[in-house]
Ligand binder design. Sequence first.
Ligand code: S3P
Length: 440
Amino acid sequence: MDTLRIQGGAALVGDMRVPGDKSISHRSVLLGALGDGPTTVTGFLDGRDCLATVGIMQVLGVRIERHTATGLTIQGVGLHGLHPPGGALDCRNSGTTMRLLSGLMAGQRFGSVLTGSRQLCTRPMDRVIAPLRETGASISGADGGGTAPLTVRPAAHPLQGVRYAMPVASAQVKSCLLLAGLYAASATTVIEPGPTRDHTECMLRGMGVHVVNEGRRITLEPPERLKGTNVAIPGDPSSAAFLMVAACIVPGSRLRIVDVGLNPTRTGLLDALLQMGADIRMGNRREAAGEAVGDLLVGYAPLRGSEFGGDLIVRMIDELPLLALACSQAEGPSRIRDAQELKVKESNRILDTERQLARLGAVVHGTEDGFAIDGDSSLHGACVDSCGDHRLAMLLAVAGLAAQGETVVAGAKVTDDSFPGFAETLKALGGAAERGPADA
Ligand code: S3P
């Protein structure tokens, strides 16, 4: 298992671009595959999760040409052109792949089995099984339960459009139903309890599909076809978040992160940090392929503790442990509520964030629905563990940058799931980070 060694205290200074958005990368391949004609993609995330989606679509008979690590052409086969796979479809560690693919496979005239890593096979899939069954799809989990492997049988009748009010605010569940809805006999409506990321809707619109977002209600009319398109994928705001928080809490830091996705469904952390008094400015705002994009200028500034909950939480679901870290460095206590979903991510991000940050001296109490954080913690280097979670590994590295002494993150290779080159990026910006084997 490899490690990431961080020497604390070095400011991050410079200009950089983070790898492409993970959510949009998955969608570009899944939807591009269903297009009539080619879809060209730039800025694709060459990370392990998205490569799992690429591998599966190739198994389903889609030709995907990689021109560079981040440039692809997907030769769309049309809505009904996928081939039956020869074996189980391996989603590896990627929850997005499995949940979105389950909707797509539900609409096919052939059956399939969706499997993945041991970790993925413990994550809740009942949230897609139940609504897919309402469409008439035949899908079941392992031993008839709510976890993968998922077995999808060809439906006896065409799927029905449904009206589904999601009990949890989940872009993955919404997207799963919209993908199934492409094959339904009538319109599909999903009602979301909070504003989840809308990349699926944006891309479908760009491919000529009639999808309407009216407040919390999203309605898709089944299309005849999807047009191939060009997708320019911006930098992932969830990856930029690690650098942003590092710059906020390590004195002397000043970063410009260029070409970051600024879709309002993803900018919750930005709003939360501004609420705490952070020095962050947005520049060069524009739109590319239906998505808001811009540059972020971030500098160190003292932060104030604050309270967070409600819709803001959905808009920063993957960044909440980072917010907890920022709060631990702020003046005064903070509270993060309405974040129960963190328990079912790549790790239990409430429990594991509390435990691992505690080793570094941060007082971040896990609660039933988030965190209660004592401010003004001084951090010290320690040995910590990624728990197999890419975002936890990077969170701990950022905490290490703000700590005194050396921090060793074990199991750090997992950062490749979403941010290949993470350690090298820190190093290029002046952060003392080295990858190496555990016993180095
Ligand atoms: C994602 C949606 C979020 C997020 C995940 C990616 C997506 O999950 O946590 O990293 O691409 O749709 P949920 O929709 O389950 O909250």
